[in-house]
Design a protein around this ligand. Structure first.
Ligand code: CAO
Length: 513
């Protein structure tokens, strides 16, 4: 049988042979040049590298999904013939050295894991990520705090300050594509893992960090979620005017910054395809929160030009101060909205709906709430005319919503295209079938705690289907990573174990009676 020819005339086998591993990852000419540069060639041909290769699996970075190098399409491979969803994962072949803990960093690496990256979570022997034991609901089992932020990862315990531990980390650094960390400022350097050190060891390594603040007066501060919410402008603009600043339940400081970092990492991986080198990625929590509060900085500047008409305090005749005020449940956008009571509100704390008086459907709103005269009345007919009367308008709409459940309001409004949102409790969300069907809420099994719910990948890719896997037990993959990934022999593994680099220090035994 005749061998199948590739589009460039070569046989498939010949094309495969020609495609050098480093070139596979590259997508453009300069990237190919960088990947086959002197240092890259030296690394690939050195005796040490050959020895390591013989013992261990090839570095994941070099294992990227096969790319049939093609000059056409700007160096992109020929579109695969595989059905969508069966051509691997978006980040297949990307190996992450995951030094994260608590929430912000783990959010980032879990997401990268959902997208197909191989995340190796490094934890302190005997202790692990502090969240394993925080907010524990099942005695002796990893907490939901930990399990819901560390799916799709492998766990290795390493004392990063132990000489042997450092040697293991060096090997990991040489093999991984990205190091992600969210230690307190300076902690990584104190481990000896400075940018210069890492970059010298592996010039392709991307070093990604979450810190509380960027460079400046607060750069050395430790930061938790609510500190970031306050410093990033969220708290001063959340809550009711007459009350104190308020933090929100959405973890915009931690999880929000983790998402920002993940985007930075993916962009750095993309740039590395061209440049062949890694870079540092920093996502400061204050910056991340401010980015999400961008509309409030917008309003701060608008204040110079007069009162903010869509804030209900305008209609109430309350003067504006120097800064953007807390706006309660005002929509914050160009379409006024408010939270309104629904049937059952007296006993159900979540019997409410968010109602938006979108201008294009004003007529439909008037008909629905039994105020058809407002469609033509000069006080209500235009959006600017309505602004000073928002309170009266929402009180009137509420008289109608109070006669219906939040789901009945939603049904009636959706039928005529009025945007509304039921206030869903966490119980309702956990039980919502459509979220289960889309994989946004997933149940996974766990060997010590049993099944638990987690949030799957909120970002859906049609050709990279997320498979949510349970979080690892502490050190579950230590032996596997040391032998299979790093190529240590069984004898060396025993030596490492005896050295104390991967095991918890022995507790002093009670004196014999
Ligand atoms: N082996 C040996 N030592 C280890 C280790 C390992 N595998 N893993 C961590 N450590 C050590 C660190 O080296 C550090 O030691 P030194 O300070 O003595 O050098 C120590 O553990 C503690 O690290 P830390 O200071 O990061 O942890 P913390 O609990 O004191 O602070 C936090 C936690 C979150 C406030 C801090 O890490 C921080 O500000 N991070 C940046 C911002 C951030 O991500 N905040 C979000 C938190 S999520 O809600």
């Amino acid at each position: 049988m005749a061998k199948k020819k590739s589009p460039r005339g070569k046989t498939k086998a010949a094309a495969r042979k020609a495609a050098k591993p480093a070139r596979r990852a590259a997508t453009s000419k300069p990237a190919r040049r960088a990947a086959t540069s002197k240092p890259a060639r030296r690394a690939a041909t050195s005796k040490k590298a050959t020895k390591l290769k013989a013992k261990a699996k090839p570095p994941a970075a070099l294992k990227a999904a096969p790319v049939k190098a093609a000059a056409k399409n700007g160096g992109s491979p020929k579109p695969t013939a595989k059905p969508f969803g069966q051509a691997g994962k978006a980040l297949d072949g990307v190996k992450i050295l995951d030094f994260t803990h608590v929430q912000s960093g783990p959010t980032c690496t879990q997401l990268l894991g959902y997208l197909g990256a191989d995340c190796i979570k490094v934890e302190r022997p005997g202790v692990g990520d502090i969240t394993r034991g925080q907010l524990r609901d099942v005695k002796g089992a990893d907490s939901l705090y930990f399990t819901m932020l560390n799916g799709n990862k492998r766990s290795i315990t390493i004392d990063s300050k132990h000489p042997k531990g450092k040697e293991i980390l060096d090997r990991l650094i040489k093999q991984c594509d990205v190091l992600v960390e969210n230690f307190a400022p300076g902690a990584l350097d104190r481990m000896g893992l400075t940018w210069d050190y890492i970059h010298k060891l592996n010039p392709r390594m991307i070093v990604a960090s979450v810190k509380g603040f960027g460079p400046g007066p607060y750069e050395d501060c430790k930061v938790y979620e609510n500190v970031a919410q306050c410093a990033g402008g969220a708290a001063s603009t959340t809550g009711f005017r007459e009350g104190p600043p308020l933090v929100t339940g959405a973890q915009i400081g931690d999880s929000g910054t983790g998402l920002h970092l993940a985007l930075g990492i993916v962009a750095a991986l993309y740039q590395r395809n061209r440049t062949g080198r890694g870079q540092r990625v920093l996502a400061a929590m204050q910056d991340g929160v401010l980015n999400l509060c961008r509309v409030k900085l917008r309003d701060q500047q608008r204040l110079k030009h007069g009162p903010l008409g869509e804030y209900s305090q305008y209609g109430e005749g309350v003067a504006f101060g120097q800064s953007v005020p807390r706006a309660g449940n005002d929509s914050g956008g160009g379409q006024p909205g408010w939270i309104l009571k629904c049937k059952g509100w007296e006993s159900d704390p979540d019997a409410y709906i968010y109602f938006i008086t979108q201008a294009p459907v004003w007529g439909e709103i008037c008909d629905l709430i039994g105020k058809p005269e407002w469609k033509t009345h000069p006080d209500f007919v235009t959006p600017p005319a309505r602004l000073p009367r928002l309170k009266q308008i929402f009180n009137t709409i509420e008289e109608w919503t109070k006669t219906k459940t939040k789901f009945e309001v939603m049904e009636a409004c959706n039928a005529v295209d009025i945007p509304v949102g039921p206030i869903l409790s966490m119980k309702e969300i956990a039980e919502e079938e459509s979220l289960r069907k889309t994989g946004t809420v997933v149940e996974v099994d766990h060997p010590t705690r049993g099944p638990y719910l987690t949030v799957g990948n909120p970002i859906k890719l049609s050709d990279s289907i997320t498979e949510v896997k349970r979080s690892p037990l502490l050190g579950e993959h230590t032996d596997q990573i040391l032998t299979k990934d790093l190529g240590y022999s069984a004898k060396q593994l025993e030596e490492i174990k005896a050295s104390g680099a991967i095991t918890a220090p022995e507790k002093p035994k009670a004196a014999a009676a």
